[in-house]
Design a protein. Structure first.
Length: 102
């Protein structure tokens, strides 16, 4: 007989907090999910920017390293080219194949 009197009171006192928990858990789960998605977006954006800027750094370092040998090769090629053209011009007088205009 005591159970019939106490059990409804126990259920009432348990049901109200349970209902409050269920109704507020939707908000709590939404906030937690939103925070996790924001953290994931931040992490992925950070990794993407790290990859992009490290690629630019590698490209700039490569350009810095390769500049010297390419400049030296260009200078040597131009120097050899002018020697060959000077040798060709020295052996042939100017306008030998053409008649002068009168």
């Amino acid at each position: 007989m005591g159970m019939g009197f106490i059990l409804p009171f126990a259920l009432v006192f348990v049901a109200i907090p349970l209902e409050t928990f269920v109704s507020s858990s939707r908000t709590v789960v939404g906030i937690i999910t939103s925070a996790m998605l924001r953290a994931l977006a931040f992490t992925l954006r950070l990794l993407g920017n790290i990859a992009r800027y490290s690629g630019k750094i590698v490209s700039n370092l490569y350009d810095l390293i390769i500049f010297g040998p390419l400049w030296l090769e260009s200078a040597m090629t131009n120097k050899q080219g002018t020697r060959k053209s000077d040798a060709r011009l020295a052996g042939h007088p100017v306008n030998t194949d053409y008649q002068e205009a009168t």
